[in-house]
Ligand binder design. Structure first.
Ligand SMILES: Nc1nc2c(ncn2[C@@H]2O[C@H](COP(=O)(O)OP(=O)(O)O)[C@@H](O)[C@H]2O)c(=O)[nH]1
Ligand SMILES: [Mg+2]
Length: 337
């Protein structure tokens, strides 16, 4: 079963002082909850030992959870790797996760070191001093990781704008100017309303839909706001985020709208089509000439001249969509179409 990689629920890195405080409080509470027996020194060692263990455990658990909550950067699918690179930098992220993991290890070491010292304590006051020293050193180690924790907090926030998609499902990316009928075509292809997923550098997000053919699922992605102006007009960071979609796409359907009711002139639409063909150079780009119901003879002729191999469709009624889909499946599943 394929699974979507989700960045929507990344853990939020704790504030170092708050974490240290929380751990101290939990430790104090745990120490009063245990029953100790025997002479005062023995009882003090038990209590203080318990406090050190709980302090350490609370800190280590919080740090390990944080690290474990980030998807492994080593085997991120290229689509996500590119986006993580654009948004936070893979190396920086790896370094901070490594530092936090290292902090958890050091805390464990400090715990063991102070438990040993505790065994050598000669009085209840001495045992309390060892515990205070352990708390102080653990707190300061956690605070020294503050910069990395802050970086990870920012990273979680930025990465929460990444969409949850299937990276290994055959995928059709729909491109074209606004209002040409991309979403309507997605509905026609999938038979349902799309899910919306966030995407960096656009407030419109992605629209995702799915359909099944011969027991195989296909993903259809509408990209409002991403491929609706030439990529040269984007800044390099935006461009990188947009171009990451080529890792997901197995085929592109570019929606043309020769009737121009969308408000964009036909020649501009053809220029954008050229741009998309260059961006997805390694992929097949099929063209759907939509709103064929609105074309008079002149515009129909012009559309044929402008794009000889376009599929004329009416996304609202589904007319022509089957032929387009047949071609899509011929390319994506040549053995089954
Ligand atoms: N007449 C006609 N209108 C269409 C067709 N396809 C879409 N529309 C209309 O065009 C408008 C924009 O469609 P939409 O799918 O939202 O475009 P998008 O911005 O590219 O996603 C909507 O009002 C649709 O109902 C079509 O084939 N014929
Ligand atoms: Mg749309």
């Amino acid at each position: 079963m394929q699974e979507k990689l989700s960045f929507e629920r990344l853990p939020v890195a704790p504030d170092p002082s708050e974490l240290a405080d929380r751990a101290c409080k939990a430790a104090a509470k745990a120490a009063t909850a245990i029953e100790v027996r025997g002479p005062p020194l023995h009882a003090a060692r038990q209590r203080e030992g318990r406090r050190i263990k709980v302090m350490s455990a609370v800190v280590r658990r919080a740090l390990s959870r944080l690290v474990a909550g980030f998807p492994s950067l080593l085997n991120l699918p290229p689509f996500y790797r590119d986006l993580v690179e654009v948004l936070v930098g893979v190396d920086k992220l790896r370094k901070s996760l490594g530092a936090v993991d290292g902090t958890a290890q050091v805390v464990g070491k400090l715990e063991r070191e102070h438990l040993r010292k505790l065994r050598a304590a000669g009085s209840p006051a001495g045992a309390a001093a060892v515990r205070r020293q352990a708390f102080g050193r653990i707190s300061s180690v956690v605070k020294r990781a503050g910069e990395h924790l802050a970086f990870l907090r920012g990273a979680s926030e930025k990465l929460s704008s990444l969409p949850a998609v299937f990276t290994d499902m055959p995928t059709i990316v729909i491109a074209g100017y606004p209002n040409v009928g991309k979403t309507t075509l997605l509905r026609a292809l999938t038979g349902s309303a799309p899910e919306i997923a966030p995407y960096p550098f656009t407030t419109k997000g992605l629209q995702l839909g799915y359909f099944e053919h011969h027991h195989r699922r296909y993903q259809v992605i509408d990209t409002p706001g991403l491929f609706d102006r030439p990529l040269e007009k984007r800044n390099p960071i935006e461009r990188q985020a947009i171009v990451a979609l080529r890792h997901l796409a197995d085929i592109v359907v570019f929606v043309l709208e020769p009737s121009e009711t969308c408000g964009y002139e036909f020649p501009d639409q053809l220029r954008l089509l050229d741009d998309i063909r260059r961006t997805f150079a390694e992929l097949e780009v099929l063209v759907a000439a939509n709103k064929a119901d609105l074309l008079d003879e002149d515009k129909m002729r012009r559309a044929r001249e402008g794009c000889a191999d376009a599929f004329f469709v009416v996304a609202t009624t589904g007319q022509g969509v089957d032929e387009l889909l047949k071609k899509v499946l011929e390319i994506l599943a040549p053995d089954e179409a």
